[in-house]
Write a protein that binds this ligand. Structure first.
Ligand code: B12
Ligand SMILES: C[S@@+](CC[C@H](N)C(=O)[O-])C[C@H]1O[C@@H](n2cnc3c(N)ncnc32)[C@H](O)[C@@H]1O
Ligand code: SF4
Length: 365
């Protein structure tokens, strides 16, 4: 249904917040605007007024503002702060809606902090939620499972985000997020993605993608003498899954004159044409989940069919030769990794010159 066919509802004043948890404050990661907020803004019909507060950018929260409701997104690292913000708004009588990955899996924990909890992807439930707020019949919870599955991911409205967030333009040393796809069909046992955004792999329409990059450049990028090209971070969980869509998208991205980084499974980098297309399109870095250099550990993670440990060194070197940096994610798991494994991993990372390796202690889902 297009916006034109929707019944008119009372225009709402909405505040969307990306909270920043205490642990997150220790990160030296350059902030990137939050794509959950980006999607909600892009889904909201134009008659509603939206403001964005992202604590990762140091935005201040005005608890005295008059809003029809405040929507707060959550990842685990930021969830406690999200609850704190929610409690403060509710004390002032403002309705609070919590959504996102963390609360979707921890609804009972989140419930005392919210008037409404939204579980799962927002695309197909958001207009119903807005209508219910406008008609004063907001329900305590909405679950994407009760709505049709999200088969299409929508273009991001960068212009509206720029207006709603009053974000300053960035030079090419900071990244602008964009997605091409969502979901991942693999089922690595430690990864929340297949259980959340789902195994259904969805892509944006390639022609929409090019338009968005051009608009995002216009509203968010400020060239400087040192960095004349914008840097985009593709926030896809795994860009390589559909080679046809990937190639189509890369051919279009190439025309946009940008640099970018992306998450990618190592096995897809065995295809030399894919690597060349990535480099030609402006990809500087692929972030790969190597997890372990032991095939038996990969098998234990149900990742043995996605990654072959014996190919790692060759593929990293081939990417380097082609002009592509490979950043590596490794899991540290006390149940599977011995001290000797750790020593071998450190040696592997040094020997193969892995760019900015990330070691993460495996955390429960
Ligand atoms: C891109 C990305 C990054 C980027 C960008 C982060 C950013 N600022 O946006 C970078 C590299 C910086 C990053 C950093 C980190 N990330 Co990260 N990241 C991702 C990735 C691949 C995609 C996120 C994304 O943009 N998705 C697209 C948006 C549109 O989806 P969404 O957020 O789920 O929102 C939808 C719904 O949830 C819902 N929704 C969300 N919020 C709300 C709110 C309301 C009110 C409503 C109604 C609906 C709603 O509607 C949206 C549209 O459908 C995810 C994987 C994943 N499956 O999410 C991991 C992921 C989110 N990251 C993860 C982690 C652990 C981290 C770090 C902590 C890593 C670290 N150790 O430093 C940091 C934390 C930084 C931070 N505070 O966010 C974990 C989070 C696990 C968890 N339990 O929370 C994930 C799931 C990866 C994984 N498989 O484990 N990340
Ligand atoms: C870098 S992306 C992976 C890119 C690509 N999808 C792949 O699998 O190669 C996500 C990374 O986050 C890390 N991760 C995911 N779930 C985790 C968990 N439960 N605990 C710790 N780290 C986790 C893993 O190292 C994983 O590779
Ligand atoms: S391939 Fe990557 S995104 Fe997909 S399930 Fe495995 S770790 Fe998660």
């Amino acid at each position: 249904m297009s916006n034109l066919e929707l019944p008119r509802i009372k225009p709402l004043k909405i505040l969307l917040i990306a909270p920043k948890g205490k642990k997150d404050s220790k990160s030296n990661q350059k902030p990137l605007f939050n794509m959950a907020v980006g999607v909600l803004v892009s889904l909201t019909p134009p008659e509603h007024h939206i403001e964005i507060v992202d604590e990762h950018f140091g935005d201040e929260i005005n608890y005295d503002g008059k809003y029809d409701f405040v929507g707060i997104t959550s990842r685990t690292i930021d969830a406690t702060r999200g609850y704190e913000v929610a409690d403060k708004f509710r004390k002032k009588g403002t309705k609070v809606m919590l959504g996102g990955l963390h609360v979707s899996f921890n609804t009972e924990e989140a419930r005392p902090h919210a008037d409404c909890i939204v579980c799962g992807e927002a695309e197909n439930l958001w207009l119903t939620v807005l209508e219910d707020v406008a008609n004063n019949r907001l329900k305590p919870s909405y679950d994407s499972k009760d709505f049709p599955p999200v088969k299409e991911i929508i273009p991001i409205d960068y212009e509206r985000i720029a207006t709603a967030s009053k974000r300053e333009k960035v030079d090419g040393t900071k990244s602008i997020p964009i997605y091409v796809t969502r979901g991942c069909p693999f089922e690595c046992s430690f990864c929340v993605t297949p259980n959340y955004t789902g195994k259904l792999y969805r892509s944006q329409k390639p022609e929409e993608l090019k338009k968005q990059i051009e608009i995002a450049k216009k509203v968010f990028f400020k060239p400087t003498r040192k960095s004349s090209k914008p840097w985009f971070m593709l926030t896809d969980e795994n860009l390589g899954v559909s080679k046809k869509k990937l190639w189509e998208s890369l051919d279009l991205i190439k025309e946009c004159n940008i640099n970018f980084s992306v998450f990618f499974s190592i096995n897809f980098l065995e295809d030399k044409v894919t690597v060349k297309k990535l480099v030609d399109a402006g990809c500087i870095m692929v972030l790969v989940g190597f997890e372990s250099i032991n095939q038996s550990t990969l098998e234990a993670y149900n990742k043995g069919h996605v990654n072959s440990a014996e190919k790692y060194s060759r593929l990293i070197e081939e990417c380097r030769q082609a002009g592509l940096n490979v950043q590596g994610n490794f899991l540290i798991n006390p149940e599977l990794d011995s001290f000797e494994d750790m020593d071998n991993l450190v040696k592997f990372v040094g020997k193969n010159g892995i760019f900015m390796p990330i070691f993460q202690i495996i955390t429960p889902l």
